[in-house]
Design a protein around this ligand. Structure first.
Ligand code: 5RP
Length: 224
């Protein structure tokens, strides 16, 4: 089975978790897109909060009812993709640049189910460059801090200009090779002025569905 087929399969499996009456959090990216298409096909009466402008546009085009956080205090179920996840269910997200809204939506959700093809499960996080969303003003200082911490950094670009997130910030992609202690990195980044969000999702996932060939593997956090 190809990676694209695994994405479709896991998107379809996650769509079965949606129920009429639910408020759903819709992730961003190709795997989340497979979920959104499958859930739209089920024609359930659901409300949806989108984690990006791109996802909101897609969901509306498919006929889903997209609402803002003014209409919603709590989200029943959020389904989103990952760039990397380890067996402890710590993840790296933000390859699509939607990390900030993705983290906000996950934090408001009763159940967070992340989905991925088999390439996303890793032993140690860090091969995928960690997206760090920053204030443009602070970018040079944060770049120096990240490099002092051992990262090779790249300012994310789009059409020859810095990529601007839906929240209006720039993204530094920080390649560490390995992040042996994600908790320490989380604390370091949270304490760095000008970092508005980062792509480490620590203790946020309730269930992880991984498509491997024709099967769906389910992982749950070790200490819950
Ligand atoms: C977007 C994300 C995506 O979930 C992540 O990049 C995975 O994307 P894909 O499903 O296309 O592989 O975090 O910000």
């Amino acid at each position: 089975m190809t990676q694209a087929e695994e994405k479709l399969k896991v998107g379809l499996a996650a769509a079965e978790l949606a129920e009429a009456g639910m408020t759903l959090g819709l992730g961003t990216g190709s795997t989340a897109g497979a979920f959104i298409e499958a859930v739209a096909k089920r024609k359930l009466d659901v409300r949806c909060v989108a984690t990006s402008e791109a996802t909101a546009a897609m969901a509306k085009r498919l006929g889903l009812n997209v609402v803002g956080l003014d209409a919603v205090a709590e989200i029943d179920l959020t389904v989103d993709g990952v760039d990397e996840v380890d067996k402890g269910l710590q993840a790296v997200k933000g390859g699509g640049g939607a990390l900030m809204r993705e983290k906000i939506v996950a934090s408001l959700s009763k159940q967070v189910v992340y989905i991925g093809d088999s390439s996303k499960l890793v032993d140690v996080l860090g091969k995928f460059p960690l997206p760090v969303e920053v204030s443009a003003f602070a970018m040079p200082a944060i770049k120096r801090d990240l490099e002092a911490f051992g990262a090779k950094t790249t300012l994310r670009m789009a059409n020859g200009k810095p990529f601007v997130s839906d929240e209006g910030h720039w993204i530094l992609d920080a390649g560490f090779g390995e992040i042996p202690d994600p908790d320490e990195m989380d604390i370091f980044l949270n304490m760095t002025p000008g970092v508005v969000c980062h792509g480490l999702f620590i203790e946020m996932i309730d269930r992880m569905l991984i498509a491997r060939g024709g099967r769906i593997e389910e992982l749950t956090p070790p200490n819950r």
